[in-house]
Design a protein around this ligand. Structure first.
Ligand SMILES: NC(=O)c1ccc[n+]([C@@H]2O[C@H](COP(=O)([O-])OP(=O)(O)OC[C@H]3O[C@@H](n4cnc5c(N)ncnc54)[C@H](O)[C@@H]3O)[C@@H](O)[C@H]2O)c1
Length: 243
């Protein structure tokens, strides 16, 4: 049984979907969870369901908002032990039709944001000589997908970032890992055309889509002492869609 009692965990994109499941999982393992996302009302709802967890609304693609928000979290909680970078968006289109703003926004929210959030937790983690950073990428960052070049580039970028940071901070006992989910049943995947959903389902070895809890379980493992010697790793949670 994993026990995270006494540990402060910040989860971005925690208002719904995978982020919410991760927050609930860490909370049920005893962590003091701080919920980050844009939508205050949705955050409050998640917080209430978890018995009043701290919420910190921010746009993670804004360096200033992240700095201010994380300062407040550290002021209130005194430390951050676990950071889960989960916030992410899609703006799908074939490259020929992809607008510059859709390329920029996806890179900013999915990739640039993790530079900002990670930067703001490193000092407190270094000070206590312990930390866990877990970045949510995607199987699309490994396989690519037609119509998702911006998203795939952002998710592949997360992997390069993770491996580099893992080398930078390993000597301080901070681990940095990636969880790469496959096809998970959420609002994000519900938006995909039915034909794409069927194609993807046919390629999954376990023959079913994943649940948000499947992803949260992988995050819980990487956040725990059981994963103390795992860093710079990409853990695929794809049901064998990619191996
Ligand atoms: N759903 C899947 O099948 C799947 C598969 C692979 C990877 N992922 C990744 O998992 C993560 C969560 O996906 P989901 O399906 O739960 O998505 P979702 O759309 O249901 O939730 C996304 C969350 O991110 C937050 N968010 C978005 N932009 C933000 C911003 N600028 N600042 C702060 N918060 C912001 C939203 O408020 C929301 O809480 C994403 O990074 C996604 O790329 C999802």
């Amino acid at each position: 049984m994993i026990d995270l009692t006494g540990q402060v965990a910040v989860v971005t994109g925690a208002s719904r979907g995978i982020g919410r499941a991760i927050a609930e999982k860490l909370h049920s393992a005893g962590a003091d969870v701080v919920l980050v996302a844009r939508n205050q009302a949705l955050l409050k709802e998640t917080s209430n369901a978890m018995g009043g967890a701290m919420v910190m609304p921010m746009d993670v693609s804004s360096a200033d908002e992240v700095q201010v928000g994380f300062r407040k979290i550290i002021q209130e909680k005194g430390k951050i032990d676990i950071l889960v970078n989960n916030a992410g968006i899609t703006r799908d289109n074939l490259l020929l039709r992809l607008k510059e703003e859709d390329i920029q926004r996806v890179l900013d929210v999915n990739l640039k944001s993790i530079f900002f959030t990670s930067k703001n937790v490193l000092r407190p983690m270094m000070k206590q000589r312990k930390g866990r950073i877990i970045n949510i990428s995607s199987v699309i960052g490994l396989m690519g997908n037609s119509g998702q070049s911006n998203y795939a580039a952002s998710k592949a970028g997360i992997i390069g970032f993770t491996k580099s940071l893992a080398r930078e901070v390993g000597s301080r006992n901070i681990t940095v890992n990636v969880v790469a989910p496959g096809f998970i049943e959420t609002d994000m995947t519900a938006e995909l055309p039915e034909t794409v959903q069927k194609e993807m389902a046919a390629s999954i070895a376990l023959g079913r889509f994943g649940s948000t809890e499947d992803v949260a379980n992988a995050v819980l493992f990487l956040a725990s002492d059981l994963a103390a010697y795992v860093t710079g790793e990409v853990m695929n949670v794809t049901g064998g869609m990619y191996m």
